[in-house]
Design a binder for this molecule. Structure first.
Ligand SMILES: [Zn+2]
Length: 553
């Protein structure tokens, strides 16, 4: 009987898997998982050479990929993502290509008899494999960037061309051929060569290596030396002017430069003073800025903003708040520029520490959301930080879990922002040691420096370093939509309390408001003698814990 029940349970489980995956296609799986066209090779570097045609909303270019081999042998098929309607014109490679073909947004390149040898990780770059892909077409045009992304062929306020790209989630393959998967960042960095008419300026990530003019066109070559997410490699093209400053940070001198449209220079010079203030606050909380070698830039963009590594996109209108609004309703959100602070927070969480699967994107957005609280605290004090963080709870939906389905390029709930931030705030109060909490934030950034992680890596690290098993807290807030309810009741001078609306074994300790005694609540009734004050007024929990309290009879 038990065996039969177990079999039924397994069948049910399989049915659930089948039905929950039914909404996803083979294309989703190709895009969102480390499949056989991806797992045998490792991107070492990208060189992207692009010429946009503003009048035709078109681009043409090439991408050279230097790659290492992780699984040796013959009959290797390489998956290269390139979204329709862009088309590959031809491919050159260091190995002979037998054939290549397209399936939707994916190209497969068959290397036939080529016997791929394992690449030593420390081998000279020139001895390993290269492939160069030439392509062209009219890329998807962004409808509502940065959320509904693609290429942006805009005009500035004076009617002059202003172009860029926003492609987080959608993927970089919307404008260049690549391995469009967060697991594989180019270990040696990336170069972006942008060819534009002499009258325009082209800006991208990292440092400017070269600027060459010929026949009315200028080629701008930008380079990052550090690993970078595909969606972070971005051209910005327009009538830009710039200024520079040197930031004296934890790791030495950091080259900062700021690029804005010519008519916004004065406003920007005032507003962008917040960039150095943000670096100062975040180096305190998170450790050194993770990309000193590539410098730091803020670049005015034709959309609200995005965390483009070392060249952060800014479009918040040179005003404080989120487009002038305070997302927390506490007032503190109007003291600083949301886009400067939030997008810069991603340099640590998102760009330095990147998740393998976007289902775990809370690691990017939850910590970055919490960086807003930490910025507020750094300049305005701990209570101000709490006001801000708690104020944002009004934006939580609790619609679906924060962690999404794996392997299909799908994010979980938008609650990854405010609820993610409030979960971290709650955990900080459970740890109850601010210096230890800061050491954990800095430790995450040094332990996972330039690395790809899963949510479990982050969860386990935080439990281990705090000396507290936080696993039930992560399960509760990341994997369910339930907000834990602390039920309590009085019998004589005793109070009984327990957790409900929670995962099995939920055992988060909480602190009553303005009291030193902790309640070590579990899902079983516990009892404690209470004072007359609590008996009369009822139980209040410290507001920093994101929980609900309910008196029962
Ligand atoms: Zn973000």
């Amino acid at each position: 009987m038990r065996k039969i029940l177990k079999t039924i349970a397994i069948i049910n489980y399989l049915l659930i898997i089948i039905s929950s995956n039914a909404q996803f296609t083979k294309q989703d799986t190709l895009r969102g998982s480390n499949g056989p066209g991806r797992d045998w090779w490792n991107v070492k570097a990208y060189t992207i050479n692009i010429t946009p045609d503003y009048s035709k909303n078109a681009i043409k270019g090439s991408v050279s990929i230097i790659f290492g081999v992780l699984k040796t042998g013959k009959n290797k098929i390489m998956q290269i993502d390139l979204q329709q309607p862009l088309k590959i014109d031809r491919i050159e490679a260091s190995a002979k290509i037998k054939k290549y073909w397209r399936e939707g947004n994916v190209y497969f390149i068959d290397f036939g008899d080529k016997d791929f040898k394992r690449t030593l990780e420390n081998s000279n770059v020139s001895t390993i494999n290269t492939i160069t892909i030439y392509y062209h077409g009219q890329p998807t045009v962004a409808k509502r960037p940065p959320w509904d992304g693609g290429w942006i062929f805009n005009k500035d306020a004076n009617g002059r061309p202003w172009m860029s790209v926003a492609c987080q989630g959608l993927g970089a393959s919307v404008w260049y051929p690549c391995k469009d998967y967060q697991l594989d960042e180019p270990d040696l960095g990336a170069s972006l060569i942008i060819n534009v008419p002499d009258s325009l300026t082209a800006v991208a990530n990292g440092h400017l290596l070269e600027k060459k003019s010929k026949n009315g066109m200028t080629s701008w070559t930008w380079e990052v030396k550090n690993p970078i997410n595909n969606y972070n490699i971005i051209p910005y093209i327009g009538k830009y002017v710039n200024w520079k400053e040197t930031y004296e940070g934890e790791k030495g001198k950091l080259d900062c430069s700021y690029w804005v449209l010519d008519y916004n220079l004065e406003k920007a010079k005032e507003q962008f003073k917040q960039a150095a203030q943000t670096l100062k606050a975040f180096e305190h909380w998170f450790g050194p800025y993770p990309f000193y070698e590539d410098g730091f830039k803020l670049v005015e963009a034709p959309h609200l903003g995005m965390e483009h590594q070392s060249a952060v996109a800014y479009g918040n209108g040179f005003q404080n708040g989120y487009r002038g609004r305070d997302l927390s309703g506490s007032g503190w959100g109007l003291k600083w520029d949301f886009i400067i602070v939030h997008e810069m927070g991603h340099e640590w969480f998102g760009n330095n520490i990147t998740t393998e699967d976007i289902a775990d994107m809370w690691v990017h957005e939850g910590f970055t959301n919490y960086s807003e609280t930490l910025f507020t605290e750094y300049y305005y004090g701990k209570e101000a930080g709490s006001d801000y963080c708690i104020g944002t709870r009004n934006n939580i939906q609790n619609d679906i879990p924060i962690i999404g389905p794996y392997g299909v390029n799908k994010e979980g709930s938008g609650d990854m922002y405010y609820k993610g931030g409030n979960m971290l705030h709650t955990i900080r109060y459970v740890i109850n040691d601010d210096e230890k909490f800061r050491a954990i934030l800095r430790g995450l950034n040094s332990t996972f420096y330039h690395k790809i992680v899963t949510t479990r890596d982050v969860e386990n690290y935080m439990s281990k370093q705090s000396g507290k098993d936080l696993s039930k807290i992560f399960d509760q807030y990341l994997r369910t939509t339930m907000i834990p309810v602390l039920e309590y009741k009085f019998t004589g001078d005793n109070m009984y309390y327990r957790w409900t609306n929670c995962v099995k074994g939920f055992n988060m300790p909480v602190k009553p408001d303005k009291a030193d005694d902790w309640l070590k609540a579990t899902t079983e009734w516990q009892t404690v003698a209470v004072t007359a004050g609590i008996l009369q007024a009822g139980l209040k929990i410290d507001r920093n814990f994101y929980v609900t309290v309910k008196k029962v009879e």
